[in-house]
Design a protein around this ligand. Structure first.
Ligand code: UD1
Ligand code: CA
Length: 454
């Protein structure tokens, strides 16, 4: 059966106290609405219709994609009114309603719900709550058949005792929707057109309301303020951490791990505390990541070791290579197998060949460094003249003396050596020592200055 999905995202979110529209607030680095759209896509619907209102232009701008139909709800007159705005675009046999501020809803739950929909039946997702205050209540008759949803503000004292709450998520036969929505009235406590009134109409029309329960409360929780946003964030991270542990990753503390993107992992990976993985990260077998590392859009090959407080972006760390503590690998950094980068070394667009080393305090930018080459402490590639960038090429088994400045463009042949403190402005042939520093002078009998007594 064909499927249209409507995502309600027009509300203001006053309690966020933010200039940012509520649905654009991020969970794990991605907007709440972005998460919902992602989940919606996995159901392969014929259309995804996003109802926007508050901050509409920003929402549209940030999330625009070919497969999304944005529908403007100029005034927020209620959830029923919101869905009605999308009606002209709805043609599928089933319509699923989701919410831009309920980001953790899971695909499996929605699949179960959709299986319950037919021409004679609709699917309603409910949740049992310890404190159902504020939620619409699911009203069942003596034999457990659902009759209606009553909003908290419209409910009698007796109805408020019902602990089964409406999640708002429902799936209905598409054909019926325009009739039901057309008949909604706003004569209720909030003066709104309630989507929930559709339930009683369906029952009156002889349809069956089939309910499904969400696996846990967090899955259907909306974020109305930043406290709830943080709760959802933690739950998302707890889920992500669990998923990695199930795949064979050791996390020193699953409560101090953050994933803001996608990660693929091999076996026997260990991740110490306070590590943030962002974007697309690939971690192969046996990799060890020390505490306080940020790793973004990078690949860590088998057995690589990332020591504490390292920051990697757009980098590749080769098999058995290591970096840190306090290493910074910027985009285009590639460490070959068994290469070593130590503390306070920054790489950008630089390749270190197999077994090459830069142990301490260096900047290596726009550089190609051959196998087994050793970069002394304090070495700097002078790759930028204020307008253009130039390349430094070092052969294999090169030895760069400490505190050398390599003024690019410059090329050093295999087994070349530079004396410590050299400024290398010209190419150095293979097997050659280059010394580019002032010669030492010793001044005998030199008197140190003395302080003048007042
Ligand atoms: C709604 C349900 C309630 C349910 C609860 C779960 C109705 C009438 N009530 O109540 O039964 O228990 O959700 O959280 O549906 N929205 C629009 N346009 C509008 C109105 C709302 O896009 O005109 C969006 C909001 O941005 C929000 C969502 O719909 O994301 C829910 O609206 P809200 O007014 O918060 O509904 P609740 O009162 O929470
Ligand atoms: Ca709400």
């Amino acid at each position: 059966m064909s499927l249209d999905i409507v995502i309600l995202a027009a509300g203001q979110g006053t309690r966020m106290r933010s200039a940012l529209p509520k649905v654009l607030h991020p969970i794990a680095g991605k907007s709440m609405l972005g998460h919902v759209i992602n989940t919606a896509r996995q159901l392969k619907p014929q259309g995804i219709h996003v109802v926007i209102g508050h901050g509409a232009e920003r929402v549209r701008e940030q999330l625009a994609a070919d497969d999304l139909n944005f529908v403007l709800q100029t005034e927020q007159l209620g959830t029923g009114h919101a869905v009605a705005q999308a009606l002209p675009a709805l043609t599928a046999e089933r319509v699923l309603i989701l919410y831009g501020d309920v980001p953790l809803i899971e695909i499996g739950t929605l699949e179960r719900l959709l299986q319950r929909v037919s021409e004679q039946q609709l699917g309603l997702l409910t949740v049992n709550l310890n404190d159902p205050t504020g939620y619409g209540r699911i009203v069942r008759d003596g034999s457990g058949v659902v009759n209606a949803i009553v909003e908290h503000k419209d409910a009698t004292a007796e109805q408020r005792l019902i602990s089964e709450g409406n999640t708002g998520i429902l799936a209905v036969p598409g054909k019926r929707l325009s009739d039901w929505l057309g008949r909604l009235s706003n004569s209720n406590a909030q003066g709104e057109y309630y989507l929930t009134d559709v339930i009683a109409m369906a029952v009156a029309d002889g349809l069956v309301v089939a309910t499904e329960q969400a696996a846990d409360e967090m899955e259907v929780l909306g974020a109305n303020d930043r406290i709830q946003l943080a709760q959802l964030e933690r739950h998302y991270q707890y889920r992500a951490a669990r998923c990695l542990m199930v795949q064979g990753v050791t996390l020193s503390d699953p409560a101090r791990f953050d994933l803001r993107g996608e990660v693929t992992v091999g076996r026997d990976v260990t991740i110490d505390i306070n590590v943030i993985l962002e974007g697309c990260v690939i971690i192969e077998d046996g990799v060890q990541i020390g505490p306080n590392c940020v790793i973004k859009n990078s690949t860590l090959r088998t057995g690589a070791i990332i020591k504490a407080n390292s920051h990697l972006e757009g980098a590749e760390v080769g098999e058995g290579a290591d970096c840190g503590p306090f290493a910074r690998l910027r985009p285009g950094s590639v460490l070959g197998a068994k290469a070593h980068v130590g503390n306070f070394v920054e790489l950008k667009n630089a390749t270190l060949g197999e077994g090459a080393k830069a142990g301490h305090l260096s900047y290596l930018g726009d550089a190609e460094i051959g196998a087994r080459t050793n970069i002394g402490a304090g070495t700097i590639t002078c790759n930028y003249d204020g307008a253009n960038k130039f390349k430094t090429v070092l052969g294999e088994d090169v030895f760069i003396g400490s505190n050398s400045a390599l003024v690019a463009p410059v090329t050093l042949g295999d087994r070349a050596t530079t004396g410590a403190g050299s400024v290398i402005t010209g190419d150095v042939p293979a097997n050659t020592l280059a010394v580019g520093r002032a010669k030492q002078r010793n001044i005998e009998g030199w008197k140190r200055p003395v302080k003048i007594k007042k």
